[in-house]
Design a protein around this ligand. Structure first.
Ligand code: ATP
Ligand code: MG
Length: 343
């Protein structure tokens, strides 16, 4: 990490004027089952400041989407929150009535899903859908809303927006639909956007364009972005900080440069060094680290990664706490890869 003057944080501001905290998740545990016997999220904590892009990574089934859905207040009815607190712009989400959550969604927080076709109404023109969202979130009149729809589509790079706003979602390519989703998520000018694998279904070149758009529009507004992805290449491109999940636990959290240069958890290390398999089918997540992520309720005692970890010892039969190994670098491991550094 580059050396910094004392009291100066990474973005050059003084520590005293650190940016406003937009999201704080603290001690969140979520379970499935009648007796909550299948715990899917264990004591998850993370936070985001205004303008920050945090990548949430981990293999399939690690609990990334459940974390995102918890923040949005959109957990499936069969999921139970066992403990914890989630605040978005200081407002508590857990236990808040749906009526209020609906108001927060869009104005305080917005979400971009992997598949825009699921989120858009297939039978309604795109311009109409954006207009409806504008009507809910703003006091603009009809003419002003039309101008705003065109401006929003233009901002996210939809060509010829005046004519295209009459078209139905299926008349747009996958990349353009994702741009429309970004435009819709921005309508209420939320302080937090959660993007759950927004580019996974797209071709590599289109992925890069979408990431660029998302970066541009969120940076211009100082929006905090929680970016969920499997793709470490995408992480390197977009993230300021990385939070790694495994088996429903946060097991590492660090600045993006440190995550790539000195990953402390053996799992993060393995994720970074796992070579993508050439026989992988697009959209199908094939394991590159031998073994698989335990399902909720089927995790071994202690650190859930220990059966797949070459560094595991008897100690790993107890779950290690998430502890700071360096400033702003936390890891939950009894044997972190911190060679040459003191704990
Ligand atoms: N409605 C549900 N009922 C039962 N189990 C569920 C449900 N939703 C998720 N799970 C389980 O919870 C665990 C975490 O799921 P989650 O969707 O958060 O994973 P993820 O990290 O987002 O994975 P992916 O990368 O595949 O999207 C998984 O084992 C999943 O099977
Ligand atoms: Mg997911």
């Amino acid at each position: 990490m580059p050396e910094q003057a004392e009291g100066v944080v990474a973005d050059g501001r003084s520590a005293g004027e650190a940016r406003e905290e937009v999201l704080r998740v603290e001690g969140l545990s979520v379970a499935f089952g009648r007796a909550s016997e299948r715990v899917a999220l264990h004591d998850v904590s993370l936070s985001l400041r205004a303008g920050e892009v945090v990548a949430l990574v981990g293999e399939s089934g690690c609990g990334k989407s459940l974390t995102a859905l918890s923040v949005m207040g959109l957990l499936p009815p069969e999921a139970h929150v066992l403990a914890g607190s989630i605040t978005v712009c200081g407002k508590e989400i857990i236990g808040t009535p749906e009526r209020l959550l609906r108001r927060y969604r869009g104005s305080a927080m917005g979400m971009i899903f992997q598949d825009a076709m699921v989120a858009l109404n297939p039978l309604q023109a795109v311009g109409r859908q954006i207009d409806e969202a504008l009507r809910i979130h703003t006091n603009l009149g009809r003419g002003q809303r039309r101008d705003k729809v065109i401006a929003l589509l233009d901002a996210v790079g939809v060509p010829d927006p005046t004519n295209r706003l009459r078209q139905l979602p299926h008349q747009f390519s996958g990349g353009l639909r994702q741009r429309i989703m970004i435009a819709m998520a921005l309508i209420g000018e939320p302080r937090l956007i959660i993007a759950d694998e927004p580019t996974t279904a797209l071709d590599v070149t289109i992925q890069a364009q979408i990431l660029e758009v998302l970066k541009d529009v969120t940076q211009a507004r100082g929006t905090a972005v929680l970016f969920i992805t499997h793709d470490m290449g995408v992480v390197a491109e977009v993230a300021d900080r990385v939070v790694v999940m495994y088996g429903g636990h946060v097991i590492e959290s660090a600045d993006v440069v440190e995550t790539f240069s000195t990953p402390a958890h053996p799992y993060t290390d393995a994720l970074l060094h796992s070579v993508p398999r050439t026989d992988s089918v697009r959209g199908v997540d094939l394991p590159a680290i031998p073994g698989s992520v335990p399902a909720p309720g089927a995790a071994p005692a202690g650190c859930p990664f220990h059966p797949r970890c070459s560094d595991a010892t008897q100690e790993c039969l107890t779950m290690p706490p998430l502890e700071q190994v360096l400033p702003d670098h936390d890891v939950a491991c009894w044997h972190p890869h911190t060679s040459g550094r003191s704990r």
